[in-house]
Design a protein around this ligand. Structure first.
Ligand code: NAD
Ligand code: WQD
Length: 344
């Protein structure tokens, strides 16, 4: 049996491929490389010493998916493929609804046709919007505040409808908090295109000298130091969470949402200081106005994942910073300028 990984060349997908291969699963990867490089998969093979099939295809291409399901014994799908830039989703909403929502519908149609009903889906804590109570648990009201978030909410709804319509389906909706860090080998990590949107890649690019200073978005939030608080989770912990969720969907029915976070919140300045400790020098930053659409505090209630999946995060912010930094230093331009690296 093979596990199909959509979006497996991406940041979280590539780390999950490593953990799956190390755990003895056979995988097949499909990715259109719209936001990734095939080099990440080459490195997954190097890290694990294991091989797997890769299809360069778009999940909206039904014929391509048909071929993949026809030619490989797919037993379950872990579905990462999607666009994720919040700002871009505001200016290009149709691109997001088309890619994320229509892509997932096509994937589910092909799964259904081939009798594959086990699905682990990359949702996001963004589906909670601004919450009155933290930590936020899976039963909290759902409320997205931008088109990207709405694609996640719509897909969750579609998957709930699908599960209600046919009890064969078994689905895990994994609501990630803020994934950061990289594989400890320094070989795979997050490779944003252009100016990073997210805090950690921005900090590491300032620290490596590619950007001059970090803008801290807001210092007047109702938090201990006035800066926004988030639940940063190491990407390898997150990857392991997918294996636990896969085990769950393979041996049960129905649909369940799980928060994947650490349960701890850190402010922007706490993250800056944690990096300064790892790097051994100050990181230039400037306190600025709030970024529109940001919330003050977000961190997860992680009890459900622990109870039902037997999973909890093990890596703290020191490891997150160390591993992000190693990846940044060893790959200052991400996967770019490395095309000479021998590919199989
Ligand atoms: P990523 O961009 O690194 O990976 C996504 C991968 O999907 C890329 O390799 C991209 O080329 C591929 N892809 C996109 N559209 C596709 C399509 N139509 N067909 C085939 N491949 C396609 O992003 P990531 O950070 O690894 O995120 C993975 C998933 O997790 C996404 O669905 C994202 O929305 C979700 N998520 C990410 C975060 C985060 O902060 N990184 C947080 C919550 C949820
Ligand atoms: C974290 C904190 C910023 C950059 C986003 C998406 C969310 C999810 C994860 C996919 C906030 C502050 C940031 C900077 C800063 N993605 N910050 N200067 O906004 O919590 O979540 O990524 O599902 O949907 O919205 O993450 O890393 O952008 O910000 O001060 O240059 O860092 O204001 O407090 P966020 P982030």
């Amino acid at each position: 049996m093979n596990i199909l990984i959509t979006g497996g060349a991406g940041y979280i997908g590539s780390h999950t491929c490593v953990e799956l291969l190390n755990a003895g699963y056979n995988i097949v990867v499909v990715d259109n490389l719209s936001n990734s490089s095939q080099l990440s998969l080459h490195r997954v093979r190097k890290i694990t010493g294991k091989d797997f099939l890769f299809y360069k295809a778009d999940i909206r291409d039904k014929n391509a998916l048909e071929t993949i399901f026809h030619d490989n014994q797919i037993g379950a799908v872990i579905h990462f493929a999607g666009l994720k830039a919040v700002g871009e989703s505001v200016s290009m909403p149709l691109k997001y609804y088309q890619n994320n929502v229509a892509g997932t519908v096509t994937l589910c149609e092909v799964m259904e046709k081939h009798g594959v009903f086990h699905l682990v889906f990359s949702s996001s804590a963004t589906v909670y919007g601004e919450q009155e109570c933290v930590p936020v648990n899976e039963d909290s009201t759902l409320h997205a505040t931008n088109p990207y978030g709405r694609t996640k909410l719509m897909i969750e709804d579609i998957l709930r409808d699908l599960s209600n319509s046919d009890s064969n389906w078994s689905v895990a909706l994994l609501r990630y908090f803020n994934p950061v860090g990289a594989h400890e080998s320094g070989r795979i990590g997050e490779d944003p295109n252009g100016l990073p949107n997210n805090l950690v890649p921005y900090i590491t690019q300032v620290a490596v000298g590619k950007l001059s200073e970090l803008q801290v978005f807001g210092s007047d939030y109702p938090t201990a130091d006035g800066t926004g608080v988030r639940d940063y989770i190491h990407v390898v912990d997150l990857a392991v969470g997918h294996i636990k969720a896969l085990d769950k969907v393979l041996f049960s029915k129905g649909i369940n949402a799980y928060n994947l976070g650490t349960g701890n919140g850190y402010s922007v300045l706490e993250m800056v200081h944690a990096f300064e400790e790892v790097i051994g020098r100050p990181i230039p930053y400037r306190l600025c106005v709030r970024r529109p659409g940001d919330i003050a505090i977000s961190y997860a209630d992680v009890r459900k994942a622990k109870l039902e999946l037997g999973w909890e995060a093990t890596k703290g912010i020191n490891e997150m910073c160390k591993d992000s930094w190693r990846w940044q230093v060893e790959n200052p331009n991400g996967y770019k300028e490395k095309y000479s690296e021998k590919m199989k």
